[in-house]
Design a binder for this molecule. Structure first.
Ligand SMILES: [Zn+2]
Length: 486
């Protein structure tokens, strides 16, 4: 992008709440049922049917509000947003009006040093989070002859989280979205399934000259349903707007869609064609009121939040930011890691196994951590052996871990039965080092001539000669001593 411009990005995120029933009726809120089987007069919009507010959805919105330290509005109202679409049977969507239940919170994200000029976190404000209902789904036949409407999703609770235009690059937008995703999953208010549309995002994007306090004209990129698409679509859009401005052309205020195959955003409708939704207060619902006791009850039930976990792990175990974030990917993953760290006595060791072999295995088997076949205490036995240097890491990974997964007993038993214990006997290692050096006079001479890089080759040969069971740290020590002595 042209260096004279600054990106201004704000995200609107729609979070499907995982309540048991829909927002204003008792129909089940679950995917996978036969089309139109989860409907009733209320969510079908039949005349005379009256909505009743779902208290569970209110509790979930409050949890999000408290987690982002927002102002909870003691009284907020519902409005009708009117438009015509086949998957909207009532002809209007019930959403919140000028006052939202949750207003002005914040999320801290890693700042993008390329645009901020400095390292360190930045605070992104959340303007509001309001409750509303989802529409149904339209399916179009491939031959174009028929369209079908499924209203199982009509009336499913949504929390729309409107972020302030505080993001300054595509990277920051993606980081913000990830932090918000971690949060709603950890709060257990959303299943986080982006492919199914449970967590989806629109982005408002504009550019302005650096130092200019006024915002430029913005385009809205709709329906971004993966972190990668958000980054790619925004990078493209910022580049497109910069080129137009450079050519002296205006940026149109319009809605744009992301074409992932072509890798570009495309104009869909301009401001002139924008709809007038004729908002007015919903006459069938009283104002939503929450009192201090209700708010405190939700606060007391909040779990430890991902950002708190990440800070705790970094301080206690010295983990890097990327490692800690990866461990906070879901509540179950974080819980497994915490248990493994406690039982093995090593946070660093536990993190390495979780992000290494455990993640690799889960990917291979297409499993979530909930279905991982090893309990934390079984894996902790293996982590302890490696940390105590009783077992070489390579042997642990290649032999003991698969045997554990295959149910061949405890890590201790597998190591004993197969005779895999690490060789930490200094005399034995010294003897092996001597043998290997004798067998490789060439590399040895080159190292003495200053080719330090060949040390790694010798270490590899020594470890191989030891059948992968040698204590690698001790091998390095012994080799260094021998080289100095000569
Ligand atoms: Zn219903």
């Amino acid at each position: 992008m042209h260096p004279g411009y600054e990106a201004v990005i704000g995200l609107e995120v729609h979070v499907q709440l995982r309540t048991r029933s829909k927002m204003f009726c008792a129909c089940r809120n679950a995917v996978g049922a036969a089309p139109n089987s989860q409907t009733c007069p209320v969510c079908l919009g039949l005349p005379g049917a009256l909505p009743t507010l779902n208290a569970e959805a209110v509790r979930m919105a409050l949890a999000l509000g408290l987690a982002v330290e927002a102002q909870i509005q003691p009284q907020s109202t519902f409005y009708r947003k009117q438009y015509f679409y086949p998957d909207l049977p009532k002809g209007y969507q019930i959403t919140q009006g000028p006052v939202a239940l949750v207003e002005w919170g914040h999320l801290d994200i890693p700042g993008d040093p390329r645009v901020r000029g400095t390292e360190g976190p930045v605070r992104i404000r959340l303007e509001r989070a309001h409750l509303e209902e989802d529409a149904g789904k339209s399916h179009h036949d491939l031959d174009g002859k028929a369209s079908h409407v499924d209203l199982n999703r009509a009336g499913v609770p949504l929390l729309e989280i409107v972020g302030a235009p505080d993001l300054r690059s595509a990277q920051e937008a993606s980081d913000y979205l990830k932090a918000l995703h971690r949060l709603v999953v950890a709060l257990d208010i959303c299943d986080g399934n982006m492919e199914e549309g449970s967590f989806r995002c629109d982005a408002n994007v504009s550019l302005r000259k650096k130092g200019d306090p006024a915002f430029g004209t913005r385009a809205e990129v709709k329906n971004l349903n993966s972190f990668r698409f958000v980054r790619q679509a925004l990078e493209f859009e910022l580049e497109r707007q910069a080129e137009r401005l450079e050519q002296g052309l205006p940026v149109l205020q319009e809605t744009r869609g992301w074409d992932a195959v072509a890798g570009e955003t495309r104009g869909q409708r301009t401001k002139e064609a924008a709809m007038d939704y004729r908002y007015f207060p919903e006459p069938d619902l009283p104002p939503l009121t929450v009192n201090a006791a209700e708010i405190e009850a939700v606060r007391a039930a909040l779990p430890e939040l991902p950002e708190q976990q990440i800070r705790r792990w970094r301080e206690a175990y010295g983990l890097g930011p990327d490692e800690a974030q990866a461990l906070a990917q879901s509540r179950a993953f974080a819980a497994y890691f915490d248990t493994l760290a406690r039982l093995s006595g090593s946070g660093r060791g536990a993190a390495a196994w979780m992000l290494g072999e455990v993640s690799r295995t889960l990917n291979e088997l297409s499993l979530g951590i909930e279905a991982f076949p090893l309990a934390p205490d079984a894996l902790a036995g293996l982590v302890r052996l490696v940390e105590a240097r009783t077992l070489a890491f390579g042997t642990a990974k290649d032999q003991v871990f698969p045997a554990l997964l295959a149910g061949e007993g405890t890590a201790d038993a597998i190591v004993a039965r197969r005779g895999l214990a690490q060789v930490s006997d200094r005399k034995a290692i010294e003897a092996l080092v001597a043998t290997v050096l004798q067998a490789h006079p060439g590399p040895l001479a080159q190292i003495r001539a200053g080719k330090e890089g060949l040390k790694g080759f010798l270490v590899g040969q020594i470890l191989k000669a030891g059948g992968g069971r040698l204590d690698a740290k001790l091998v390095n020590e012994v080799l260094a001593q021998v080289l100095v002595k000569d």
